[in-house]
Each structure stands twice: as structure tokens, then as C-alpha cells.
Design a protein around this ligand. Structure first.
Ligand code: AMP
Ligand code: GLY
Length: 425
């Protein structure tokens, strides 16, 4: 089968790496891809949010199946457009993608279907939002309704800071995304990212991972797309998984089907493990990045079989996916300055050497090939250094050894405390 993968991050490199091993994938293409993905797929220079361009190229290449990595094309209706053109695609429709694209939609949905999440109110004007802040105590969890590249959540600790922030939200800080603002109850606990795959009727569990959203060690600094991940997460065992499937995932899949927008794709539940049990922080409608990279390293089953069963509505008939026992850690190397301003086009050496080290597998994110075949940085998050080990300690040691001993990129930085939660327990 001819397959087109859409996206250009570390998530898509990990998916491409896994898909290239599938018995069902004869030819693999990726748009727009990166320098690492080019080792597994033909690169097509069309942006991930160019839904019309992607549909046209899929038609002209006679693509049999499209897999959409990031949320923006899903929210823009890429899967709907491909299907209208007779091309099968894995991922939710634009309607179903509202689970990520609108926080107000998801909060209302959770309320209707009794899915555990933080209490909330939705505001469409500044005055009412300010009134809420005056009546309630900090901290306040303020969320732009729409997609804001993971940056649309602010948690001010004082009334004064919350007022300032709300003024910014309502004066267009996130454009249309913050015309509506959700204010939520503050929850405490450890966070976990849990993934399930759904065919619209049946959902089967994948596994959980933990992300590190802040830029600097000790969970300090600004929020990022994610600076590292590891799996398994000790905070999320079989009991927790069963509970989340029963109280969150199954009711969501049933509710979406009942509401006439069956969810086909990967359901990524961002969870807070509170003392009253797991609660939903937010839904994403795709694999996480950097979580996907550790999931793909641990997956012992043909990935394409899962996608085909989800698309074909036969997930109830597939065997549960197999997972390798060894823990996997992913340390993200980002360009100095990220998530603020950073340079592009700096040379990275040593990737091939790192890839030969025990347990190590590098996935590219923002990279491109230079004219002489060298690897150049081309984004904020640039490389994912994944490592497996018999223990999480060994996996962590191997990932940092690859960074310190093999990779030569003076313009990069990483967090030095990835997986610290797992090391402490
Ligand atoms: P989100 O984009 O909704 O996942 O939120 C980003 C981050 O904000 C989460 O990973 C949490 O660390 C934090 N957060 C979001 N909602 C809440 C909440 N209700 N209580 C506490 N922290 C939250
Ligand atoms: N790692 C969080 C995300 O992919 O949104």
C-alpha cells in the first residue's frame, strides 16, 4: 500500500520509522517531513496545513492511505476532504477534532456524559470573566478556547495577575482562539498522557507516558511543546488504565458516536492523577509529541494494522497491541532560546554515532539537510534522543551519554532531569 504521512516533527519521524517496518507499507511519503524522515520516506514539500495541496498530491500519487500527525490539519478538515475525494485517511473528522480544537466544546461534552474533569465556566466577555475572578480565590486556570500551539493555558496566582491576563486574552492575545475563555478549578496531582485508539465504536488502550512541558529543569521556565518523555509512567499502572478506560475513554467514544460525530483516530487524554482518581485535563486528537516517540519504541505490533483496523471499524477483532517491557526515555534537544527566539540553520554533528550506541535511536524534529548532506537545525525542538534500557536509570543514562559523548551541537540545550518522577519512586 502507498501511504502518505502528514507532519514534520519528532512524532512523525517516530511514526515513519515504525511504518517503514510494516508489512503493509510498500511506499511511504511524508509532507513536509524533515531530514530524518527522509531516510524512510519520499519527502513532499507541502505544508501540513495546506489541506487542498495535500489532497491534490495524494490523488496524483494514487495514495491508498493517509495518516495525519498534527492537530491543525485535522481541525481544518483534512480527513473529511481526503475522504470526499475517495482517499482513506486515519484521524478524526473536523467535527470530532473539536475535542482538541475547542476547550468549551470538550468541557460541555464532559459535563453531558459525566466524564471526570475540573469544574469550569465559559466566558465570552471580559466583564463576566473579571467578576468570576473577584468572587473566587487563586490560583485561576485560564484557557483560550481554541488551538494555541500548547500555549493557551495560563495559571495566575493572584487576582491582579489574572485580571491582566484576562484583559490580554480578550484583546486577542491568541487571536480568535481566545474570543472564548474557559476558567477552571485548579487540580493537583501528577500528570500523565494516556493514549487510546478508536474506530468510532470501539476503543482499545495503548499506553501512558509522562511529558515535561516546562523549558527548564525542576519544571521551571515557560511552557513548551514538551521537552522530554518516558514510558512506562509509574504513576499509571494497569488499575489506573482500567479506570480511565471505564470513566473517560469509553464514555467519550460512545458519546461522540451518539452525538453523530464518531471519533476515529488516536485519543490522547491529558490526565491529572488526583487523590479522587484520574481526571481529564484536556483531550488531544492525535499522538503526543514527545510522547509518541517513546510509544513507537515500545510498540511490538505492526502499527499499520492498528490504523487499518481503526479505519475499517474492526478494532474489536484485533489482538491487544504488544509492548516491550524495557522503559524508554526521550530527551528533546532544542535550539538555545526556545520557546522564545532562536537561530535556525546551525549544524548538528554526531547523529550517526549516537544512533550506534546501545539502546539509542534518534528521531529528528526541526531539521533539514544542508547542501552537502549535513544536518541543520530548522526549528525550536530539533532532535529527540530516545534510549531504552533494562531499567529507567539505564535508559536515562544512555540518552544523556548519547547527548554528551556523541552529539555535537553547541547551539542546542536540553533538560537534564527527564524522567525524574520515575527515578524518585
Ligand atoms: P492543557 O493545555 O489544557 O493541557 O494545559 C496545560 C497545562 O496546564 C497542563 O499540562 C497542566 O499542567 C496545567 N493545567 C491545565 N488545566 C489545569 C487544571 N484544571 N488544574 C491544574 N493545572 C492545570
Ligand atoms: N506533548 C503534548 C502534546 O503533544 O500536545
Amino acid at each position: 500500500m502507498k501511504v502518505l504521512l502528514v507532519g514534520s516533527g519528532g512524532r512523525e519521524h517516530a511514526l515513519a520509522w515504525k511504518l517503514a517496518q510494516s508489512k503493509d507499507v510498500e511506499e511511504l511519503y511524508c509532507a513536509p517531513g524533515n531530514a530524518g524522515i527522509a531516510e524512510h520516506a519520499g519527502i513532499i514539500d507541502i505544508a501540513a496545513d495546506d489541506v487542498v495541496g495535500l489532497t491534490a498530491i495524494a490523488k496524483s500519487l494514487d495514495i491508498g492511505f493517509v495518516i495525519v500527525g498534527p492537530e491543525v490539519p485535522l481541525a481544518l478538515g483534512l480527513v473529511d476532504l481526503l475522504q470526499a475525494n475517495g482517499i482513506a485517511a486515519f484521524g478524526p473528522s473536523a467535527d470530532a477534532a473539536q475535542l482538541e480544537a475547542s476547550k468549551a466544546f470538550t468541557k460541555d461534552f464532559c459535563k453531558r456524559y459525566n466524564i471526570p474533569t475540573a469544574d469550569y465556566e465559559v466566558f465570552t466577555d471580559l466583564e463576566s470573566a473579571l467578576e468570576y475572578v473577584h468572587k473566587n480565590e487563586p490560583p485561576y486556570v485560564l484557557k483560550a478556547d481554541g488551538l494555541a500551539a500548547g500555549k493557551g493555558v495560563v495559571i495566575p496566582n493572584t487576582k491582579f495577575a489574572a485580571e491582566d491576563e484576562l484583559k490580554e486574552f480578550f484583546s486577542g492575545k491568541f487571536g480568535e482562539a481566545s474570543e472564548k475563555v474557559v476558567i477552571e478549578e485548579f487540580m493537583t496531582g501528577q500528570e500523565a498522557s494516556f493514549f487510546a485508539i478508536s474506530d468510532g465504536k470501539t476503543a482499545i488502550p495503548l499506553i501512558a507516558a509522562q511529558d515535561h512541558k516546562r523549558a527548564h529543569d525542576g519544571d521551571k521556565g515557560p511552557n513548551t511543546g514538551g521537552m522530554g518523555a518516558y514510558s512506562p509512567a509509574p504513576v499509571f499502572g494497569t488499575k489506573e488504565m482500567e479506570k480511565v478506560m471505564e470513566t473517560i475513554i469509553h464514555p467519550t467514544v460512545a458519546g461522540m458516536a451518539k452525538d453523530g460525530m464518531p471519533f476515529v483516530g488516536v485519543l490522547f487524554a491529558g490526565l491529572m492523577m488526583t487523590k479522587d482518581g484520574p481526571k481529564l485535563i484536556e483531550y488531544n486528537v492525535r499522538f503526543g509529541d514527545p510522547e509518541c516517540q517513546v510509544l513507537m519504541r515500545r510498540l511490538g505490533t505492526d502499527l499499520m494494522d492498528l490504523f487499518l483496523a481503526a479505519k475499517g471499524g474492526t478494532l474489536d477483532k484485533v489482538d491487544a497491541p504488544a509492548w516491550l517491557d524495557d522503559p524508554v526515555v526521550n530527551v528533546v534537544l532544542a535550539a538555545k532560546g526556545y520557546p522564545g527566539k532562536y537561530k535556525k540553520g546551525t549544524e548538528i554533528k554526531g547523529i550517526a554515532t549516537a544512533n550506534m550506541m546501545d539502546g539509542v535511536q534518534i528521531f529528528h524534529a526541526g531539521t533539514k539537510a544542508g547542501n552537502n548532506g549535513e544536518v541543520l537545525s530548522n526549528g525550536g525542538r530539533v532532535l529527540n534522543v530516545t534510549a531504552s534500557g533494562e531499567t529507567v536509570e539505564q535508559a536515562v543514562e544512555r540518552a544523556y551519554a548519547a547527548i554528551d559523548e556523541a552529539i555535537d551541537w553547541p547551539e542546542g540545550f536540553c533538560r537534564r532531569d527527564i524522567a525524574h518522577h520515575a527515578l524518585k519512586t
